[in-house]
Ligand binder design. Structure first.
Ligand code: PLP
Length: 384
């Protein structure tokens, strides 16, 4: 059976196996496993890659968000504005520090927070905004920074899916007060386990994050703040340093694959498959503010999405829904008092979006297989 996985990490590993093993062995020989020179080198490299002065390696993307909120002293009595259409960690961390997540709906074309809705959500308790650069495409940062600056709010960029993505030439993580990356294996720069990084251009915030990731101790055993163990492992850093050298090449592969999907879809759907209502499948163009889309995911909107997904999976084609239930409707957030209908654009997206395989090693034939299978699904008359 011609299978097309959603992601094929083995294909990528095969191309860099020797280099990775050498890097891991280097760490093993030193027996220096937590922070240390490998982590520091990665911090410098990722900060430079992201147009930031400082990088602080942490234990995951989730912990990057958590420690960023802690560094800004956000806690009980505070509100943080974010999007309900994101991975759970974005809002989970707000709740974990004791603050209240306040959601605003998304732009249907990009799935990112709609900046026009922020101002109405601001109260005297609002401390920060967390825009998410979803699927590798930038949130509209200029109006977000403008409203934040006007109200004296912090901005934390959740750039977990967007390392190297650009907004009008500026890199993800470099525009807010703090930026957060994830090195979860399925992210564009993925480790061999959990990992993350906070980036910033503010030396004081960099220092605070650095202290907080080591239980708030400075010097050792003298605790300035209550922090946690949010440290990055040296083995992860060594792996990530090898992979960072290939990231631009892999991003170019994802971009080529995205262009190829657009071409195959328009061959099937006719001249303009983009954003025309009444279509069974809509393939969006990247937003013009995103001058470099890194395609952590390639997401289409489709009618009868769940049936299509079952059809593709039955043929060995990997696909996934990001995300089936917006965060304002999650059981754990019942206390926030939101209802179905509060964020219709997010709710609608949750029913229609489908992520297709987009990893760099995907072949043209595999992509044609995916698009042919989707076309066959819609061209088969329904039983009902
Ligand atoms: C992956 C992800 C995170 C969390 O990162 P982990 O490394 O898995 O903890 C946070 N936010 C978004 C948008 C993500 O995609």
């Amino acid at each position: 059976m011609s299978t097309v996985p959603l992601l094929d990490l083995k294909a990528q590993y095969a191309t860099i196996r020797d280099e990775i093993q050498e890097a891991i062995n280097r760490v093993i020989e030193t027996q220096y496993f937590i922070l240390g020179p490998e982590v520091q080198a990665l911090e410098e490299e990722v900060a430079a890659y992201s147009q930031c002065e400082y990088g602080i390696g942490v234990s995951s993307g989730t912990d990057a968000l958590l420690v960023a909120l802690m560094a800004l002293e956000i806690g009980p009595g505070h509100e943080v504005i974010t999007t309900p259409y994101t991975f759970f960690a974005t809002a989970g961390c707000i709740a974990r520090v004791g603050a209240k997540p306040i959601f605003v709906d998304i732009d249907p074309a990009t799935y990112n927070m709609d900046p026009a809705l922020i101002e109405a959500a601001i109260t005297p308790r609002t401390k920060a905004i967390i825009p998410v650069h979803l699927f590798g495409q930038m949130a509209d940062m200029d109006p977000i920074m403008e409203v934040a600056n006007r109200h004296g709010l912090f901005v934390i960029e959740d750039a977990a899916q967007a390392i190297g993505s650009e907004y009008k030439g500026r890199r993800a993580g470099s525009m807010g007060h703090l930026g957060c990356f994830s090195f979860f294996p399925s992210k564009n720069l993925g480790g061999f386990g959990d990992g993350g990084m906070v980036v910033t251009n503010d030396p004081d915030l960099a220092q605070r994050v650095n202290i907080l990731r080591k239980h708030g101790a400075q010097p050792k055993y003298h605790h300035k703040f209550v922090g946690g163990n949010f440290r990055l492992d040296a083995i992860q850093a060594a792996v990530l340093r090898v992979k960072l050298k290939y990231l631009d090449e892999w991003t170019a592969g994802r971009q080529r694959n995205a262009d190829r999907y657009r071409m195959f879809f328009s061959e099937w759907l006719g001249t303009d498959s983009t954003d025309s209502p009444g279509r069974s499948v809509i393939v969006s163009q990247p937003s013009p503010v995103t001058t470099r889309h890194i395609y952590n995911q390639f997401v289409i909107r489709c009618a009868r999405r769940d049936e299509l997904m079952a059809h593709l999976k039955a043929q060995g084609i990997g696909c996934e829904v990001y995300y089936p239930l917006p965060l304002h409707l999650q059981e754990c957030f019942t206390d926030l008092g939101y209802d179905l209908g509060d964020f219709p654009v997010s709710e609608h997206a949750a029913q229609e979006t489908l992520a297709l395989p987009i990893y760099p090693e995907l072949t043209e034939e595999q992509q044609q297989t995916v698009v042919d299978a989707i076309a066959a699904f819609y061209e088969t008359p329904t039983e009902a």
